[in-house]
Structures are given as structure tokens and as C-alpha cells.
Design a protein around this ligand. Structure first.
Ligand code: EPU
Length: 342
């Protein structure tokens, strides 16, 4: 069979995950097109080999070496599928860098993803966890996507409904986990968008800068500045953004917490209440703590960092200690937002 991919063995993954964990993949292949990916999946040598898909590597923690095939999706390309006076339907390859796509759209004046500026990772990973920040979630601009089924090598389309988006969640983290490789994402962006400045940190920043009637670019720039002031740059200090999800609890459970801790921040979430994991972790005294090269970021308690040579196990041990202390003190279980591979 013709193959244009090259197989590497015992491959060090440290440059392929933003936490900078030096785990090894038994086999590693980078694919640049859907054709290459299909050829790889049709290769009989890998029929029974476990497979793990990676692209930006910004939401994964390798706790041990991976005894299987890591497929790095490096499929590029941005193209306009449809454009009129009101909106633009855009195709982006899964291997495109998310932030570069945001900047491209901001430059063109197409609104919808400016609040999602500077989120590390690739376009293909964005729908898996329905990325969100500063009041906007991907699903609001999402149109559809194409993904290749690992078992059959067939390309399938998924509509927005079929992706079953939730808070940092989709069908690809649940029923279809590990079964598809996202290769193309289609977004719908607006030429005269309704801008979202509802998130407190964002509206405060714009006010501070004296910007009363912000443009798409102003919002993107403000988000970039907020993120840079609070979140570590993964090219400087290894991290995967928020390590845990913000827990969603019942109103009764929240009332009990509120009586004990009147200052607890919260956000309504349908019939339930969302509380910031960062606050819970901070209250337990973890912010800025460091154990060898594993630590909790000094500006944001929800971000676990690798100062250099921490192993995946060390990071995971720290995360589990945080889970236990938050559970003991508040009775709330934190669940990782990051994909744990062990
Ligand atoms: N807080 C603390 N201590 C801290 C940090 C925050 O007590 O060290 C409290 C503050 O009360 C603050 C609240 O927690 O008002 C919320 O903090 P922040 O606005 O920084 O947001 P977050 O809930 O910690 C979420 C997302 C981030 C996203 C920001 C902004 C999740 C799991 N995280 O963080 O997403 O950038 O909101 O929208 O939903 C990511 O998913 O990787 C990510 C970075």
C-alpha cells in the first residue's frame, strides 16, 4: 500500500503536549491530510494497536508512556464555503492553531470567536470540549464538522445537534470517545455581530481602558491581555489551562455551602449552580504551592503547572491531593477537564 506517512518508534511526546510531559509513544505518526490518515488506518500493522489522537496537545496529561499509536493530526487549511452580506461560513483544518484562526477572523472583521482569543490548542480539539471563555462557547458559532471513524476509515459529518455540546463537553468525550478523528470544523461567523461583553473580567477591562463601544478587535485584545495577566504561557511554563471543570451542584448543596461560606462566588446554571473550582482550591491554600517541578499557578488556582521536569505521575498526584482536600472541606468532587491518559 502507498503510504506517505513516516512511523517513529519510542517517540518522546514532550513537544506535543503543552504540559511538557516527556512520556513516550510506542509509535508516532503525523498526518497532513485525510488521505494520509485513511492510509494509516488501513495499514494492517496497526489494526489491533490502541490509538490516541493528538493535535495541539493542550488538554491532555500523559500519566505514563503510551503503549500504542499516537496519531498527530496536522491537517491545515482555511477556506470560505459561503459568504454573503451577513455571514461567512468557514472551513478550518483540524490541525490549524486555534488562536491563529481567531486572529485571522478578527482581522477580517468576522465576529463570533473574539472572546475565545489565545486559547491554546488546535481547531480540531475545540469542539471536543466545546471550548469556552469570557461568556462565549464554541457551540454558539459552530455549524458542523467532519471526522474520520477509526474503525472504518470513513468520513462522517456531524451537525451541531449530533455533537451534543454541553459545558466543556460533547459526544466525543462520551459515547464516541476515542472513536473519531476530527479533520475539519465549519464555523458560522457574523459580519455585524452582537458583541458579548457580559463576563465581569472583560467588561471591567474595557471600562478600565475607556472603551465604551468596543470593536471585535478591542474585545480580542482585551481578552488577550486578561489571559496574559492571569494564565501562564505554555511555551514558557508547562500547563493545560484549567485542570478541573467548575463543579455544578444542586441548589440545596449550594445553600449549605453559602451558609458556611457567605462569600462563595457562584453562577446560575439552569436548575443548578456552578461554583468556581479556582475559588474552592484557593480556599484550601493551594495557590502558588510547588512540589518539585509540579505546582499550582500563583495567579490562578485552577491551573496546574510543570516548572520543568515534572512527570505525568507527579502532576496527577498533585491533582488528586487537590481533589481530596476540596472534597474533605466542601463536599464537592472536582472532575478533570483535562484528558488523563494512563
Ligand atoms: N478565583 C479564586 N482564586 C483564583 C482564581 C479565581 O478564588 O486563583 C475565583 C474568583 O472569584 C473568580 C472566579 O474564581 O471570580 C472565576 O475565575 P475566572 O474568571 O478566572 O474563571 P474560571 O472559572 O477559573 C473559567 C474557564 C477558563 C476561562 C475563564 C474565563 C473552566 C474550567 N475554566 O475559569 O477556561 O478562560 O473561565 O472565561 O470553565 C480552560 O478551560 O482551560 C480555561 C482556562
Amino acid at each position: 500500500m502507498s503510504q506517505s506517512f513516516s512511523i517513529q518508534e519510542n517517540f518522546n511526546l514532550s513537544d506535543y503536549n503543552t504540559m511538557g510531559i516527556a512520556a513516550k509513544a510506542r509509535y508516532f505518526v503525523s498526518v497532513k491530510s485525510v488521505e494520509e490518515l485513511k492510509n494509516l488506518l488501513a495499514d494492517t500493522r496497526f489494526y489491533n494497536t490502541p490509538k490516541f489522537i493528538i493535535s495541539g496537545g493542550s488538554n491532555v496529561l500523559f500519566v505514563s508512556d503510551y503503549d500504542g499509536l499516537v496519531i498527530h493530526v496536522d491537517i491545515k487549511g482555511i477556506s470560505i464555503e459561503h459568504e454573503d452580506e451577513i455571514q461567512v461560513k468557514l472551513n478550518a483544518g483540524a490541525g490549524e492553531n486555534w488562536h491563529q484562526l481567531v486572529l485571522y477572523c478578527v482581522e477580517k472583521g468576522w465576529g463570533g470567536i473574539e472572546n475565545l482569543s489565545l486559547i491554546p490548542g488546535s481547531v480540531g480539539a475545540a469542539p471536543i470540549q466545546n471550548i469556552g471563555a469570557y461568556g462565549v462557547e464554541l457551540e454558539e458559532v459552530f455549524d458542523s464538522l467532519e471526522a474520520v471513524e477509526l474503525e472504518t476509515g470513513e468520513v462522517k459529518s456531524f451537525s451541531k445537534d449530533e455533537c451534543r455540546f454541553g459545558y466543556r463537553d460533547s459526544v466525543f468525550k462520551n459515547e464516541l470517545k476515542g472513536r473519531f478523528v476530527i479533520v475539519n470544523v465549519r464555523l458560522k461567523l457574523q459580519k455585524s455581530p452582537t458583541l458579548n461583553t457580559s463576563y465581569r473580567a472583560l467588561s471591567e477591562k474595557l471600562e478600565e481602558e475607556g472603551i465604551g463601544d468596543p470593536s471585535i478587535k478591542d474585545i480580542s485584545q482585551a481578552v488577550i491581555e486578561i489571559r496574559q495577566s492571569k494564565l501562564p504561557d505554555p511555551t514558557e511554563i508547562g500547563n493545560t489551562g484549567s485542570f478541573f471543570k467548575n463543579p455544578v451542584i444542586t441548589k440545596n448543596q449550594f445553600q449549605d455551602l453559602k451558609s458556611a461560606y457567605p462569600e462563595i462566588p457562584s453562577y446560575p446554571d439552569g436548575e443548578k449552580v456552578k461554583v468556581p473550582a479556582a475559588w474552592l482550591i484557593d480556599q484550601c491554600g493551594w495557590k502558588g504551592k510547588r512540589f518539585g517541578d509540579a505546582g499550582v499557578h500563583k495567579m490562578q488556582a485552577l491551573v496546574i503547572v510543570n516548572y520543568g521536569k515534572a512527570t505525568g505521575k507527579e502532576i496527577w498526584n498533585l491533582a488528586q491531593k487537590i481533589q481530596v482536600s476540596v472534597k474533605d472541606r466542601f463536599g464537592v468532587l472536582l472532575t478533570p477537564e483535562v484528558n488523563i491518559v494512563s
